[in-house]
Design a protein around this ligand. Structure first.
Ligand code: NDP
Length: 312
């Protein structure tokens, strides 16, 4: 159990955390970046990335994050493999305790803990998690090679997962509760054109079906959201892609958040209600949630932390 002191502690190693690390290290703040439970963040569970500027051709999410972490380390960020379990933001220096037992004290903190996939919250969903139900097509899609799968949701994640799965599975059915998707038009076009993908509109999951030993999913029962009619679809896998929730449990009660748990920042800034504590990336952004916007706010957080530290 070691105690570490740093001018700037960065919690989280996604695009926001790494970018904060790059800028803070180049400002000679010698930041410590705690990598967390999913080093590299959500981009490590995606595949193709074609909207991060600077790359003519499609790149891979895990590769991009590996590069960002290496870049942060190269310019002087200390990356630590630990998971922050608790924080005390009530006084400076701020304190964070890792699951390793190590303590981190810091004159300023950048919170960049990101967000995590949401679940529907049904009993049968819980029962089949890991036995046919997943929230990550790129992680688990391979298990459904040549099989039939469903994807639940109507956003970019649901569309991208459907397209990804269409390369692996024999058939993909996208299940959406309304009659139009909120995903970008380019993704929708690709989805509608793909002969392996069909869409069930105005449909909610009534139940996940299956059984046996070992447990396996065999289908889903759908309930029409307009007329209540019931329909069953056969499937071997189901991918839930209905959005995300911010990873802010350890900060609850200590910092200003909205009712969904996103950390509140001053508009046009990464300042939170605690002087010296900044928030960047998906943990404070439920609107854009892009790698490039996360990186942008990570940069802002480091610059604002530098200014704060210079004044104290
Ligand atoms: P979104 O919040 O955009 O979409 C969630 C979808 O799930 C919506 O269609 C919503 O339906 C549906 N949904 C939510 N709750 C339920 C529920 N309980 N039951 C059934 N359906 C439900 O989440 P995403 O994860 O798709 O995207 C998050 C953000 O990340 C977005 O800003 C998106 O643009 C971005 N993103 C960008 C990518 C890219 O640019 N390459 C890739 C992936 C994500 P309804 O539409 O009715 O609200």
């Amino acid at each position: 159990m070691t105690s570490h002191h740093t001018k700037l502690l960065i919690i989280g190693s996604g695009a926001a955390g790494c970018t904060a690390g790059i800028y803070a290290a180049r400002a000679m703040l010698k930041p410590i970046l705690v990598r967390g439970m999913q080093p590299g963040g959500q981009l490590t569970i995606t595949t193709d990335v074609e909207n991060f500027p600077g790359f003519e051709h499609t790149i891979q999410g895990p590769w991009l994050m590996e590069q960002m972490e290496k870049q942060a380390a190269h310019v002087g960020t200390t990356l630590v493999d630990d998971m922050i379990a608790s924080v005390d933001l009530s006084k400076r220096p701020f304190t964070a305790v890792g699951e390793s037992g190590d303590t981190y004290t810091a004159d300023a903190v950048v919170i960049a803990t990101g967000a995590t996939a949401k679940w529907l919250g049904m009993e049968s969903e819980k029962k089949f998690q890991g036995f046919g139900i997943s929230a990550c097509a790129t992680c688990d899609g391979f298990f459904f090679k040549g099989k039939e799968v469903v994807v639940i949701g109507g956003g970019n994640s649901a569309v991208e997962e459907s397209l990804y799965l269409a390369n692996i599975a024999s058939k993909v059915t996208l299940i959406h509760r309304r009659d139009s998707l909120r995903a970008e038009k380019i993704g929708q076009e690709r989805l509608f054109k793909n002969p392996k993908i069909s869409v069930e509109w105005n449909a909610g999951i009534d139940e996940f079906l299956g059984g046996g030993e070992p447990l396996s999913l065999t289908g889903v029962r759908l309930k029409n959201t307009k007329d209540g009619s019931i329909k069953e679809i056969k499937c071997d896998g189901a991918f839930v892609a209905i959005g995300h929730k911010p990873n802010t449990e350890i900060f609850a009660g200590q910092i200003g958040m909205d009712k969904e748990g996103y950390i509140l920042t001053t508009p046009g800034s990464t300042k939170t209600n605690i002087p010296g504590v900044f928030a960047a990336g998906d943990v404070q952004d439920k609107i854009f949630r892009q790698a490039v916007t996360a990186a942008g706010t990570g940069c802002m957080a480091a610059l604002e932390a530098e200014k704060f530290l210079a004044g104290h």
